[in-house]
Design a protein around this ligand. Structure first.
Ligand SMILES: Cc1cc2nc3c(=O)[nH]c(=O)nc-3n(C[C@H](O)[C@H](O)[C@H](O)COP(=O)(O)O)c2cc1C
Length: 183
C-alpha cells in the first residue's frame, strides 16, 4: 500500500480545544504518504439502539469515514477520569448494528492533552478497554500524555520545540504501526 488515509477522532467539541490543536499540529509530523481527516462527531444524535436499522445520515457518514480509512487516530481530553461522552457516543454509533462494527481491525493510536500533569492517562486506559472490545489494535508504546503548557504550540500552531522530539518519535512509531497492520 502506498497511501494511507487516517480518520482522526477528536474527543472535544470545544471551540478552542487543546486536543483539536494537538490533532492539527501532530499530523504535520507524518510522512507525505499519510493523509488525515478529522471526522465530525458534533452532529451525531444520542445513541439509541431502537435506531440501529435506521441510522441517520450523520451516523452513516461517520461509518463511511471510518470504513474508508486504513488507520485511526484518537486525540481526546479526559473528563472525570474517563473519555468524554461525545466520544463514547460516536464509538457506540459506529459499532452498530451488531455485526456491522466499522472500527474492527483498524489500527489506532491514542493521544491526549490536559493542563493536568498526568491528565488523560485514565481516559486513555478506558479508551483502550473500549477499543479492545471492538477488535481495534492499539499502539501500546509510547504512551503520550501531553501536558498543556505555554510552549506546547508555537505561534503558527505547530508543535513547540519542547515537545517536538517526543511527538515526532510517537508519530514515527504510529506510522510503522499502521503500515504493519493496514490492509
Ligand atoms: C467535565 C470535565 C471534566 C474534566 N475532568 C478532567 C480529568 O479527569 N482529568 C484532567 O486531566 N482534566 C479534566 N478536565 C480538564 C480538561 O483536561 C480541560 O478542560 C481540557 O482543556 C479539555 O480538553 P480540550 O481543551 O481539548 O477541550 C475536565 C474538564 C471538564 C469540562
Amino acid at each position: 500500500m502506498s497511501q494511507y488515509q487516517i480518520a482522526v477522532i477528536v474527543g472535544s467539541l470545544r471551540k478552542d480545544s487543546f486536543n483539536r490543536k494537538l490533532a492539527d499540529a501532530v499530523v504535520k509530523l507524518a510522512p507525505p504518504e499519510f493523509t488525515f481527516k478529522q471526522v465530525q462527531i458534533s452532529d451525531l444524535p444520542l445513541y439509541n439502539q431502537d435506531d440501529d436499522e435506521s441510522q441517520t445520515a450523520s451516523v452513516k457518514r461517520l461509518k463511511d469515514d471510518i470504513k474508508g480509512a486504513q488507520g485511526l487516530l484518537f486525540v481526546t481530553p479526559e473528563y472525570n477520569h474517563s473519555i468524554p461522552g461525545v466520544l463514547k457516543n460516536a464509538i457506540d454509533h459506529a459499532s452498530r448494528p451488531q455485526g456491522q462494527n466499522a472500527w474492527a481491525e483498524k489500527p489506532a493510536g491514542i493521544l491526549g492533552a490536559s493542563p493536568g500533569v498526568i491528565g488523560t492517562a485514565m481516559a486513555q486506559q478506558h479508551l483502550r478497554n473500549i477499543l479492545a472490545s471492538l477488535d481495534v489494535p492499539t499502539l501500546g508504546q509510547s504512551d503520550a500524555f501531553v501536558h498543556v503548557t505555554d510552549g506546547l504550540f508555537d505561534e503558527e500552531g505547530n508543535i513547540g520545540s519542547e515537545s517536538k522530539e517526543f511527538l515526532q518519535n510517537w508519530m514515527d512509531q504510529y506510522v510503522a504501526w499502521v503500515k504493519k497492520h493496514a490492509g
